[in-house]
Design a protein around this ligand. Structure first.
Ligand code: ATP
Length: 293
């Protein structure tokens, strides 16, 4: 009879239990995400009333002293609410560039700022609250679907969890899993497809509802239905917030307000897909080299 219990009611029970015990868990997850040497600077202030303007001012970065410089003197500016697609050859530093915004790493030279505040002057907690990161695998952990969703906002209500899953086109496939939202998706649990995993991380971002979104699009091939579902969810998620997508798909770059092309020489081109194709430069060449971008 246990498995016949209404999965939605089970979710409600689960959320109550979770909310009684989540604090230690969230702290553990935060520790896992943090680089040990990145801490609040003395006198740091919380980021409040976020508008979502992002600026890189002559940013240079290398992972370690004996490594090559991944970003050299990169400058860019993104307006509040803008939807920007970041494209470029593999390994050029697109993920690295995005990782400097939530301070997973700090620039060696230059500065990254949000609404005019250097990110190093902001408290890490407020900075990371303002930024949602969607990546296919990185942040899914062993546990149930509900646990993975609630990581977006542990105090969310059941209605909010369901609404987020629906907005991410994930609710239907979750309900079709053996135990619905209670299904274990850890190593010993059910195996989700790449597209399903991505929709769970999208649902989590809907729950978190951050003013700034960083979306690392899956490079792996998705079936057409998954791809459409994700595309639709991404466009919904990007609405009314600053969004940077590391884009690999033409369907995504076509929707972007602006495409930034990153190469080893920094941001070398920017504009719409049509404008960049007409310009017949790096972007146009990338398009012909790659089957999809
Ligand atoms: P892709 O499109 O293939 O995901 P990318 O443009 O996002 O690539 P990054 O992942 O930012 O590129 O990597 C840029 C460079 O930095 C690569 O040479 C990579 O090997 C290196 N790199 C990435 N992460 C680390 C790390 N944690 N430590 C050391 N080097 C790293």
């Amino acid at each position: 009879v246990g498995v016949l219990v209404d999965p939605v009611r089970r979710l409600d029970n689960f959320i109550r239990l979770w909310q009684e015990g989540y604090t230690g868990f969230v702290r553990a997850m935060e520790l896992l995400e943090k680089q040990p040497d990145i801490v609040d600077e003395e006198g740091s202030m919380p980021l409040t009333g976020v508008k979502g303007r992002i600026k890189f001012d002559k940013v240079s970065f290398r992972y370690a002293e004996n490594c090559r410089e991944v970003l050299s003197n990169v400058s860019l500016s993104i307006k509040p609410g803008e939807f920007v697609a970041l494209v470029g050859p593999s390994g050029v530093g697109k993920s690295t560039l995005c990782s400097l915004i939530p301070r997973f790493y700090d620039a060696n030279q230059g500065s990254v700022s949000i609404d005019g505040h250097d990110v190093r002057t902001l408290t890490l907690a407020s900075l990371r609250r303002a930024i949602g990161v969607v990546q296919q695998d990185l942040y899914l952990f062993s546990g149930t679907v509900a646990e993975n969703l609630l990581y977006g906002r542990p105090v969310a209500s059941m209605e909010e969890v369901l609404a987020a899953a629906k907005a991410a086109n994930a609710h239907d496939f979750i309900m079709a899993l053996p135990r619905g939202y209670d299904t274990d998706i850890g190593q010993r649990g059910v195996k989700l497809s790449g597209g399903q995993k991505q929709r769970i991380t999208i649902a989590r971002a809907f729950l978190k509802n951050p003013p700034i979104l960083i979306f690392d699009e899956a490079t792996s091939a998705l079936d057409t239905e998954s791809e459409r579902a994700i595309q639709k969810a991404l466009l919904g998620l990007a609405k009314d917030r600053t969004t940077i997508v590391i884009a690999h798909r033409l369907s995504t770059v076509r929707h972007a307000d602006r495409i930034l092309v990153l190469t080893e020489d920094g941001i070398v081109e920017e504009g719409s897909h049509d404008a960049l194709m007409t310009a017949n430069g790096v972007y146009a060449r990338l398009q012909t080299v790659q089957a999809s971008i």
